[in-house]
Design a protein around this ligand. Structure first.
Ligand code: ASP
Ligand code: MG
Length: 436
Protein backbone atom coordinates (compact mmCIF):
# COMPACT_ATOMS: atom_id res chain seq x y z
CA UNK A 1 0.00 0.00 0.00
CA UNK A 2 1.38 3.39 -0.86
CA UNK A 3 1.81 5.75 2.03
CA UNK A 4 -0.09 9.00 1.56
CA UNK A 5 2.16 11.79 2.80
CA UNK A 6 0.56 14.13 5.28
CA UNK A 7 0.18 17.63 3.95
CA UNK A 8 1.80 20.18 6.25
CA UNK A 9 2.55 23.86 5.80
CA UNK A 10 5.52 25.56 7.48
CA UNK A 11 5.83 29.28 8.06
CA UNK A 12 9.22 30.86 8.67
CA UNK A 13 9.44 34.42 9.99
CA UNK A 14 12.11 37.03 9.38
CA UNK A 15 14.37 35.92 12.25
CA UNK A 16 14.66 32.39 10.84
CA UNK A 17 16.26 33.73 7.62
CA UNK A 18 18.01 36.82 8.95
CA UNK A 19 21.48 35.85 7.69
CA UNK A 20 23.34 33.12 5.82
CA UNK A 21 23.79 30.96 8.93
CA UNK A 22 20.08 31.14 9.66
CA UNK A 23 19.29 30.09 6.08
CA UNK A 24 21.73 27.16 6.38
CA UNK A 25 20.05 26.18 9.63
CA UNK A 26 16.67 26.28 7.91
CA UNK A 27 17.73 23.94 5.10
CA UNK A 28 19.34 21.57 7.62
CA UNK A 29 16.12 21.56 9.60
CA UNK A 30 14.13 20.60 6.49
CA UNK A 31 16.66 17.93 5.53
CA UNK A 32 16.34 16.39 9.03
CA UNK A 33 12.55 16.24 9.01
CA UNK A 34 11.19 12.72 8.55
CA UNK A 35 8.47 13.97 6.21
CA UNK A 36 8.83 17.00 4.04
CA UNK A 37 6.14 19.70 4.33
CA UNK A 38 4.03 20.49 1.26
CA UNK A 39 4.59 24.22 1.34
CA UNK A 40 6.68 26.94 2.98
CA UNK A 41 5.48 30.49 3.58
CA UNK A 42 8.29 32.91 4.26
CA UNK A 43 8.58 36.50 5.56
CA UNK A 44 11.07 39.15 4.59
CA UNK A 45 14.62 38.71 5.93
CA UNK A 46 15.28 40.03 9.44
CA UNK A 47 14.13 43.64 9.75
CA UNK A 48 13.73 44.24 6.01
CA UNK A 49 10.06 45.28 6.24
CA UNK A 50 10.96 48.06 8.70
CA UNK A 51 13.76 49.17 6.36
CA UNK A 52 11.34 49.21 3.42
CA UNK A 53 8.94 51.36 5.42
CA UNK A 54 11.79 53.79 6.15
CA UNK A 55 12.70 53.77 2.45
CA UNK A 56 9.10 54.57 1.58
CA UNK A 57 9.00 57.41 4.12
CA UNK A 58 12.14 58.92 2.54
CA UNK A 59 10.58 58.60 -0.93
CA UNK A 60 7.38 60.32 0.23
CA UNK A 61 9.38 63.20 1.74
CA UNK A 62 11.41 63.32 -1.44
CA UNK A 63 14.59 63.05 0.65
CA UNK A 64 16.84 61.60 -2.04
CA UNK A 65 19.92 61.15 0.16
CA UNK A 66 18.02 59.20 2.82
CA UNK A 67 16.21 57.22 0.13
CA UNK A 68 19.52 56.17 -1.46
CA UNK A 69 20.94 55.23 1.95
CA UNK A 70 18.04 52.90 2.74
CA UNK A 71 18.05 51.35 -0.73
CA UNK A 72 21.79 50.69 -0.44
CA UNK A 73 21.34 49.16 3.02
CA UNK A 74 18.65 46.75 1.80
CA UNK A 75 20.74 45.86 -1.24
CA UNK A 76 23.90 45.30 0.82
CA UNK A 77 22.10 43.06 3.32
CA UNK A 78 20.70 40.78 0.64
CA UNK A 79 23.80 40.68 -1.54
CA UNK A 80 25.99 39.89 1.46
CA UNK A 81 23.84 36.87 2.29
CA UNK A 82 23.85 35.78 -1.39
CA UNK A 83 27.64 36.05 -1.51
CA UNK A 84 28.06 34.13 1.74
CA UNK A 85 25.83 31.32 0.43
CA UNK A 86 26.74 31.20 -3.26
CA UNK A 87 30.07 33.01 -3.60
CA UNK A 88 30.67 36.18 -5.63
CA UNK A 89 28.76 37.04 -8.85
CA UNK A 90 26.16 34.28 -8.60
CA UNK A 91 22.98 34.23 -10.73
CA UNK A 92 21.09 34.75 -7.46
CA UNK A 93 22.83 38.12 -7.03
CA UNK A 94 21.63 39.07 -10.51
CA UNK A 95 18.07 38.04 -9.67
CA UNK A 96 18.20 40.15 -6.49
CA UNK A 97 19.59 43.13 -8.41
CA UNK A 98 16.68 42.86 -10.81
CA UNK A 99 14.13 42.94 -7.98
CA UNK A 100 15.92 45.91 -6.43
CA UNK A 101 15.71 47.73 -9.75
CA UNK A 102 11.95 46.99 -9.79
CA UNK A 103 11.71 48.41 -6.28
CA UNK A 104 13.50 51.60 -7.31
CA UNK A 105 11.32 51.95 -10.40
CA UNK A 106 8.14 51.46 -8.33
CA UNK A 107 9.19 54.26 -5.98
CA UNK A 108 9.76 56.59 -8.90
CA UNK A 109 6.47 55.63 -10.54
CA UNK A 110 4.22 55.89 -7.47
CA UNK A 111 5.66 58.86 -5.57
CA UNK A 112 2.50 60.88 -6.22
CA UNK A 113 0.07 57.96 -5.81
CA UNK A 114 -2.05 57.53 -2.66
CA UNK A 115 0.12 56.33 0.23
CA UNK A 116 -1.53 52.91 0.79
CA UNK A 117 -1.10 52.01 -2.88
CA UNK A 118 2.51 53.21 -2.96
CA UNK A 119 3.11 51.22 0.25
CA UNK A 120 1.85 47.97 -1.26
CA UNK A 121 3.81 48.32 -4.51
CA UNK A 122 7.07 48.65 -2.56
CA UNK A 123 7.01 47.28 0.99
CA UNK A 124 5.94 43.80 -0.13
CA UNK A 125 9.20 43.53 -2.07
CA UNK A 126 10.96 42.20 1.06
CA UNK A 127 9.24 38.83 0.71
CA UNK A 128 10.03 38.65 -3.01
CA UNK A 129 13.72 39.21 -2.22
CA UNK A 130 13.88 36.72 0.65
CA UNK A 131 12.12 33.91 -1.21
CA UNK A 132 14.27 34.44 -4.31
CA UNK A 133 17.31 33.79 -2.13
CA UNK A 134 15.82 30.93 -0.17
CA UNK A 135 14.45 28.95 -3.10
CA UNK A 136 17.83 29.10 -4.85
CA UNK A 137 19.50 27.89 -1.66
CA UNK A 138 17.07 25.01 -1.10
CA UNK A 139 17.44 23.85 -4.69
CA UNK A 140 21.23 24.05 -4.36
CA UNK A 141 20.99 22.03 -1.14
CA UNK A 142 19.16 19.10 -2.70
CA UNK A 143 15.66 20.10 -1.62
CA UNK A 144 13.72 20.55 -4.88
CA UNK A 145 11.63 23.66 -4.42
CA UNK A 146 9.20 25.55 -6.64
CA UNK A 147 9.23 29.33 -6.14
CA UNK A 148 5.62 30.52 -6.38
CA UNK A 149 4.54 34.13 -6.71
CA UNK A 150 1.94 34.85 -4.00
CA UNK A 151 0.58 37.60 -6.27
CA UNK A 152 -0.91 34.90 -8.46
CA UNK A 153 -2.14 32.77 -5.53
CA UNK A 154 -3.60 35.14 -2.92
CA UNK A 155 -6.28 37.17 -4.67
CA UNK A 156 -7.60 40.18 -2.79
CA UNK A 157 -9.66 43.32 -3.12
CA UNK A 158 -7.91 46.67 -3.51
CA UNK A 159 -8.06 47.88 0.10
CA UNK A 160 -4.34 48.54 0.13
CA UNK A 161 -2.44 47.75 3.35
CA UNK A 162 -5.40 45.77 4.73
CA UNK A 163 -6.62 43.73 1.78
CA UNK A 164 -9.55 41.33 2.09
CA UNK A 165 -9.17 37.86 0.58
CA UNK A 166 -11.25 36.62 -2.34
CA UNK A 167 -11.52 33.15 -0.86
CA UNK A 168 -13.02 31.37 -3.86
CA UNK A 169 -10.45 32.70 -6.33
CA UNK A 170 -7.60 32.10 -3.90
CA UNK A 171 -8.58 28.51 -3.18
CA UNK A 172 -8.93 27.79 -6.87
CA UNK A 173 -5.49 29.22 -7.70
CA UNK A 174 -3.77 27.31 -4.91
CA UNK A 175 -5.54 24.03 -5.64
CA UNK A 176 -4.66 24.15 -9.32
CA UNK A 177 -1.01 24.92 -8.58
CA UNK A 178 -0.85 22.02 -6.10
CA UNK A 179 -2.42 19.67 -8.64
CA UNK A 180 0.26 20.32 -11.26
CA UNK A 181 3.35 20.42 -9.06
CA UNK A 182 4.90 17.84 -6.72
CA UNK A 183 7.84 19.87 -5.53
CA UNK A 184 7.96 21.69 -2.24
CA UNK A 185 6.04 24.93 -2.79
CA UNK A 186 7.74 28.07 -1.53
CA UNK A 187 5.81 31.32 -1.46
CA UNK A 188 5.82 34.76 0.16
CA UNK A 189 3.86 35.69 3.23
CA UNK A 190 2.24 39.12 3.65
CA UNK A 191 1.48 39.80 -0.03
CA UNK A 192 -1.23 39.11 -2.57
CA UNK A 193 -2.63 40.94 -5.57
CA UNK A 194 -5.86 42.28 -6.97
CA UNK A 195 -7.40 40.40 -9.92
CA UNK A 196 -5.75 43.09 -12.07
CA UNK A 197 -2.31 42.17 -10.67
CA UNK A 198 -1.54 45.14 -8.39
CA UNK A 199 0.38 43.98 -5.32
CA UNK A 200 -1.52 44.20 -2.01
CA UNK A 201 -0.46 43.53 1.59
CA UNK A 202 -2.39 41.88 4.41
CA UNK A 203 -1.23 44.06 7.32
CA UNK A 204 2.02 44.01 9.31
CA UNK A 205 2.92 40.55 10.59
CA UNK A 206 0.52 39.18 8.00
CA UNK A 207 2.65 36.20 6.97
CA UNK A 208 1.02 33.97 9.58
CA UNK A 209 -2.30 34.76 7.94
CA UNK A 210 -0.87 33.89 4.50
CA UNK A 211 0.26 30.54 5.87
CA UNK A 212 -3.21 29.83 7.27
CA UNK A 213 -4.81 30.71 3.91
CA UNK A 214 -2.47 28.30 2.15
CA UNK A 215 -3.02 25.57 4.73
CA UNK A 216 -6.78 25.79 4.32
CA UNK A 217 -6.65 25.85 0.51
CA UNK A 218 -4.31 22.83 0.43
CA UNK A 219 -6.47 20.91 2.91
CA UNK A 220 -3.41 20.65 5.17
CA UNK A 221 -3.45 18.58 8.32
CA UNK A 222 -1.24 20.94 10.26
CA UNK A 223 0.43 24.33 10.15
CA UNK A 224 3.73 24.89 11.93
CA UNK A 225 4.96 28.41 12.64
CA UNK A 226 8.71 28.39 13.33
CA UNK A 227 9.88 31.11 15.71
CA UNK A 228 12.89 32.01 17.84
CA UNK A 229 10.89 31.09 20.96
CA UNK A 230 9.74 27.56 21.78
CA UNK A 231 6.04 28.39 21.76
CA UNK A 232 3.25 30.51 23.13
CA UNK A 233 3.48 32.08 26.57
CA UNK A 234 0.83 33.35 28.97
CA UNK A 235 2.47 36.82 28.87
CA UNK A 236 5.31 38.46 26.98
CA UNK A 237 8.41 36.97 28.68
CA UNK A 238 10.46 40.11 27.91
CA UNK A 239 8.12 42.18 30.04
CA UNK A 240 6.84 39.61 32.56
CA UNK A 241 9.77 37.48 33.75
CA UNK A 242 7.58 34.80 35.32
CA UNK A 243 5.59 34.14 32.14
CA UNK A 244 5.24 30.43 31.38
CA UNK A 245 4.90 28.52 28.17
CA UNK A 246 1.50 27.02 27.45
CA UNK A 247 1.11 23.68 25.72
CA UNK A 248 -2.39 23.74 24.29
CA UNK A 249 -4.98 26.44 23.75
CA UNK A 250 -8.30 26.52 21.88
CA UNK A 251 -8.87 28.70 18.82
CA UNK A 252 -11.49 30.65 20.77
CA UNK A 253 -9.14 31.47 23.67
CA UNK A 254 -6.23 32.26 21.33
CA UNK A 255 -8.55 34.64 19.47
CA UNK A 256 -9.48 36.38 22.75
CA UNK A 257 -5.84 36.82 23.69
CA UNK A 258 -4.63 37.98 20.28
CA UNK A 259 -7.60 40.34 19.97
CA UNK A 260 -6.65 41.91 23.30
CA UNK A 261 -3.14 42.41 21.92
CA UNK A 262 -1.10 39.23 22.57
CA UNK A 263 1.60 39.42 19.95
CA UNK A 264 2.60 35.90 18.97
CA UNK A 265 0.13 35.23 16.14
CA UNK A 266 -1.67 37.64 13.82
CA UNK A 267 -5.35 37.47 14.90
CA UNK A 268 -6.65 37.01 11.34
CA UNK A 269 -4.66 33.76 11.16
CA UNK A 270 -7.12 31.85 13.28
CA UNK A 271 -10.34 32.01 11.23
CA UNK A 272 -9.26 29.84 8.26
CA UNK A 273 -7.64 27.33 10.61
CA UNK A 274 -10.68 27.10 12.83
CA UNK A 275 -12.96 26.74 9.81
CA UNK A 276 -10.92 23.81 8.52
CA UNK A 277 -10.00 22.38 11.96
CA UNK A 278 -6.26 22.66 11.22
CA UNK A 279 -4.06 22.83 14.33
CA UNK A 280 -1.33 25.46 14.48
CA UNK A 281 1.87 24.48 16.26
CA UNK A 282 4.50 27.01 17.29
CA UNK A 283 8.03 25.56 17.38
CA UNK A 284 11.52 26.94 17.86
CA UNK A 285 13.91 26.83 14.92
CA UNK A 286 16.71 27.21 17.47
CA UNK A 287 15.56 24.15 19.45
CA UNK A 288 13.42 22.04 17.09
CA UNK A 289 13.14 19.26 19.70
CA UNK A 290 11.77 21.53 22.46
CA UNK A 291 8.14 20.86 23.41
CA UNK A 292 5.93 23.11 21.25
CA UNK A 293 2.61 24.90 21.82
CA UNK A 294 -0.50 24.07 19.83
CA UNK A 295 -3.63 26.07 19.02
CA UNK A 296 -6.46 23.73 18.07
CA UNK A 297 -10.08 22.77 18.55
CA UNK A 298 -9.59 21.41 22.08
CA UNK A 299 -9.11 23.60 25.15
CA UNK A 300 -5.95 23.10 27.21
CA UNK A 301 -3.83 24.72 29.91
CA UNK A 302 -3.90 28.00 27.97
CA UNK A 303 -7.70 28.17 28.43
CA UNK A 304 -7.42 27.93 32.22
CA UNK A 305 -4.22 29.66 33.27
CA UNK A 306 -4.15 33.40 33.87
CA UNK A 307 -2.76 35.31 30.89
CA UNK A 308 -1.54 38.91 30.92
CA UNK A 309 -1.66 41.19 27.91
CA UNK A 310 -0.23 44.68 28.15
CA UNK A 311 -0.92 47.34 25.53
CA UNK A 312 1.27 50.40 25.79
CA UNK A 313 0.64 53.78 24.20
CA UNK A 314 -3.08 53.98 24.88
CA UNK A 315 -5.38 57.01 24.83
CA UNK A 316 -8.44 57.41 27.06
CA UNK A 317 -11.31 59.33 25.45
CA UNK A 318 -14.27 60.51 27.51
CA UNK A 319 -17.42 61.75 25.81
CA UNK A 320 -20.33 63.35 27.69
CA UNK A 321 -23.58 64.84 26.40
CA UNK A 322 -23.42 68.63 26.17
CA UNK A 323 -26.81 69.28 27.74
CA UNK A 324 -27.69 67.79 31.12
CA UNK A 325 -28.83 64.62 29.32
CA UNK A 326 -27.47 61.12 29.19
CA UNK A 327 -25.67 58.86 26.75
CA UNK A 328 -28.24 57.95 24.14
CA UNK A 329 -28.00 55.28 21.48
CA UNK A 330 -27.46 57.94 18.80
CA UNK A 331 -24.41 59.39 20.54
CA UNK A 332 -23.01 55.92 21.13
CA UNK A 333 -23.46 55.01 17.44
CA UNK A 334 -21.78 58.24 16.33
CA UNK A 335 -18.82 57.66 18.64
CA UNK A 336 -18.24 54.14 17.37
CA UNK A 337 -18.61 55.25 13.76
CA UNK A 338 -15.91 57.88 14.43
CA UNK A 339 -13.55 55.13 15.63
CA UNK A 340 -14.32 52.93 12.65
CA UNK A 341 -13.59 55.80 10.25
CA UNK A 342 -10.09 56.02 11.70
CA UNK A 343 -9.65 52.23 11.60
CA UNK A 344 -9.43 52.07 15.40
CA UNK A 345 -10.91 49.55 17.84
CA UNK A 346 -12.17 50.25 21.32
CA UNK A 347 -9.71 48.22 23.38
CA UNK A 348 -11.89 49.01 26.37
CA UNK A 349 -15.39 50.46 26.39
CA UNK A 350 -17.19 51.54 29.54
CA UNK A 351 -20.30 53.58 30.00
CA UNK A 352 -22.28 55.40 32.68
CA UNK A 353 -25.33 57.63 32.33
CA UNK A 354 -23.35 60.74 31.47
CA UNK A 355 -19.99 59.43 30.36
CA UNK A 356 -18.79 57.11 27.63
CA UNK A 357 -15.18 56.02 27.98
CA UNK A 358 -13.18 54.52 25.13
CA UNK A 359 -9.57 53.38 25.11
CA UNK A 360 -7.77 53.27 21.76
CA UNK A 361 -4.24 52.76 20.43
CA UNK A 362 -2.36 56.03 19.96
CA UNK A 363 -1.92 56.15 16.19
CA UNK A 364 -0.36 59.59 15.77
CA UNK A 365 -2.06 61.08 12.74
CA UNK A 366 -5.48 59.59 13.57
CA UNK A 367 -6.03 61.23 16.93
CA UNK A 368 -6.75 64.80 15.80
CA UNK A 369 -9.52 63.90 13.30
CA UNK A 370 -10.98 61.48 15.84
CA UNK A 371 -11.14 64.17 18.53
CA UNK A 372 -12.71 66.61 16.08
CA UNK A 373 -15.37 64.10 15.08
CA UNK A 374 -16.13 63.10 18.70
CA UNK A 375 -16.29 66.79 19.62
CA UNK A 376 -19.26 67.08 17.28
CA UNK A 377 -21.12 64.41 19.33
CA UNK A 378 -20.51 65.80 22.80
CA UNK A 379 -17.95 67.25 25.20
CA UNK A 380 -14.66 65.36 24.85
CA UNK A 381 -11.56 65.03 26.99
CA UNK A 382 -8.57 62.83 26.28
CA UNK A 383 -5.53 61.58 28.14
CA UNK A 384 -2.41 60.02 26.59
CA UNK A 385 0.51 58.00 27.95
CA UNK A 386 -1.53 55.10 29.32
CA UNK A 387 -1.15 51.32 29.40
CA UNK A 388 -4.00 48.83 29.29
CA UNK A 389 -3.52 45.56 31.11
CA UNK A 390 -5.93 42.76 30.21
CA UNK A 391 -5.99 39.66 32.39
CA UNK A 392 -7.70 36.50 31.16
CA UNK A 393 -8.82 34.00 33.83
CA UNK A 394 -7.64 36.22 36.68
CA UNK A 395 -8.56 33.79 39.48
CA UNK A 396 -8.71 34.98 43.10
CA UNK A 397 -5.24 36.13 44.03
CA UNK A 398 -3.98 37.91 40.94
CA UNK A 399 -6.15 41.04 40.86
CA UNK A 400 -5.60 41.94 44.55
CA UNK A 401 -1.84 41.55 43.95
CA UNK A 402 -2.05 43.83 40.93
CA UNK A 403 -4.24 46.42 42.61
CA UNK A 404 -2.06 46.70 45.72
CA UNK A 405 -0.39 50.13 45.66
CA UNK A 406 -1.46 50.92 42.09
CA UNK A 407 -4.39 53.07 41.00
CA UNK A 408 -6.23 52.29 37.81
CA UNK A 409 -7.98 55.10 35.89
CA UNK A 410 -10.57 52.67 34.53
CA UNK A 411 -11.45 49.13 35.63
CA UNK A 412 -13.63 46.60 33.95
CA UNK A 413 -14.34 43.00 34.94
CA UNK A 414 -16.26 40.02 33.64
CA UNK A 415 -15.88 36.52 35.04
CA UNK A 416 -13.29 35.67 32.35
CA UNK A 417 -11.55 39.01 31.77
CA UNK A 418 -10.34 41.87 33.97
CA UNK A 419 -8.95 45.10 32.54
CA UNK A 420 -7.04 47.92 34.19
CA UNK A 421 -6.03 51.17 32.56
CA UNK A 422 -2.92 52.63 34.20
CA UNK A 423 -0.69 55.64 33.63
CA UNK A 424 2.34 54.14 31.84
CA UNK A 425 4.57 55.03 34.82
CA UNK A 426 2.65 52.52 36.99
CA UNK A 427 3.78 49.65 34.76
CA UNK A 428 7.38 48.53 35.39
CA UNK A 429 9.66 47.63 32.48
CA UNK A 430 10.28 44.22 34.08
CA UNK A 431 7.06 43.41 35.83
CA UNK A 432 6.99 40.54 38.29
CA UNK A 433 3.50 40.07 39.68
CA UNK A 434 3.20 37.90 42.80
CA UNK A 435 0.88 34.95 42.31
CA UNK A 436 1.13 34.94 38.52
N1 ASP B 1 7.36 41.02 6.68
C1 ASP B 1 6.08 41.44 7.17
C2 ASP B 1 6.24 42.19 8.48
O1 ASP B 1 7.33 42.23 9.02
C3 ASP B 1 5.12 40.34 7.33
C4 ASP B 1 5.51 39.30 8.34
O2 ASP B 1 6.68 39.13 8.64
O3 ASP B 1 4.63 38.63 8.87
O4 ASP B 1 5.28 42.70 8.99
MG1 MG C 1 8.55 40.13 9.42
Amino acid sequence: MTQVARCRVYKFGGASIQDADAIRRLSALLADERERPRALVVSAMGKTTNALEALLAAARRDDQADYRRWLAAIRDDHLAVAEDLFGPDSPVADALEQRLAELDAAHAAYREAPYPFHYDQTVGMGELLSTTLLSAWLNASGIPTRWCDARSLIITDDRHQAAEIDWAATHERIASLAAECDELLLTQGFIGATPGGAMTTLGREGSDFSAAILAEALGAEALTVWKDVPGLFNADPRRFPNARQIRQISYAEALEQTWHGAKVIHPRTLAPLQRAGIPLTVRSFLEPEAPPSTIGPAPGDGDRRPALILRDDQVLLEVSPREAGFIEAGLMAEALAALAEQGLNANLLEMEAQRLRLVVDHKGERLAPLLARLGACGAVTHREGLSLLTVRHPGEALMPALDAGRRALVERSTPATAQRLYPAAECPERWTIPGF
